[in-house]
Design a protein around this ligand. Sequence first.
Ligand code: COA
Length: 387
Amino acid sequence: MQVGIDKMSFFAPNYYLDMVDLAHARGEDPDKYLIGIGQSEQAVLPPTQDVVTMGANAADQMLTDADRADIQEIIFATESGIDQSKSGAVYVQKLLGLNRYARTIELKQACYSGTYGLMQARDYVTLHPEAKVLVIASDVARYGLETGGEVTQGAGAVAMLVTANPRIATLNQDNVFMSDDIMDFWRPNYSTTAVVDGKFSSNVYRDFFKELWERYQEQNQKTLVDFEAFVFHLPFTKMGLKALRDVLPEVSESKQTALMDAFEASRVYNKKIGNLYTGSAYLSLLSLLQNDASLQAGDDIALFSYGSGAEGEIFSLTLQPNYQDVLLTQQLPDLFKQREKLSIAAYEEMFNAGLTSGQDRQLDMTHDSAKFVLTGLQAQQRQYRKQ
Ligand code: COA
């Protein structure tokens, strides 16, 4: 029996920042951001959205009533959780009307935990073939105003439904993974922004990738030739490009061109959304599936997941017949058409506008038309609404 991703869906907030505007405001050459970093726009989180509402908004768009009843586990991967104790999964369960007899859990290991969630889902369904597992990777990437990491911020959520006989892609049992205690990026409990050694984290990312790729090839007797595309965790899209370039010399020039074309398709959406932390590699997978017309059923895709701190994993997926029919292909193009561009001043105000204290507060809802919204705080309880 095959197990894998049966449905995928995405949500990002309705606001964005143009990286050319940001470059001008920060005294940088726009090409540094557009080419050197590989980002053109960045999703900006309004106070009325958080990881819970973004996760609910993503998952809701793909779930039928039958799915809601059949889901046995809700796995919520994030490194920007809204509570130190209660999981985001429990809130999502209620907002979406999901099965009461389901497990709910939140996972954390920087940008990596969505992959752990996906593999936990695969293993559970392998043992319980009738089950469906909902995996949500939802995050807001915050480095701070006027920091080196500011250009690599972003926000959004990817939701995936894992089942037997999946319609998008099977998850092959070929994973290799590794972890090491490394201080390249972390966020202490007292801080709402990450502490990061950006250059060091980029180097660790590449080192993990190279070590794991060698291990993957040894353990699975496969090489780059066996894959139509390599999908990467993309904290900024140049990062994946650097990793891909490290291994491209292993194949012929024509194969290098094909893999580069696939890579370009895999970063179309990430360039305009920014970093999603846990969801980043899966947004890239979505971008590949929706923007690479040369892919076919039966094609194998490799995926590299990385989370600072640090943990990495490589595994492969196999595309299923008519996978295109299941994709929600209009989600991102529609978002890009309708979302509102912010001025630098409006972005800076929004950046500092979230719920930062335990005081009762009613948020201004007039600008958020998403189905699930955060309306404020009452008696220290976050108030969510379906509208
Ligand atoms: N035109 C084209 N490219 C330009 C340029 C220009 N005018 N000016 C600079 N660049 C290039 C640089 O050559 C460099 O390319 P390279 O990385 O291939 O050498 C790139 O733009 C970035 O420039 P750099 O000076 O290194 O940027 P920075 O000091 O501002 O730091 C990060 C960039 C990514 C380290 C920083 O944004 C960061 O810390 N981000 C968060 C951490 C992160 O995401 N880590 C990833 C691992 S999980």
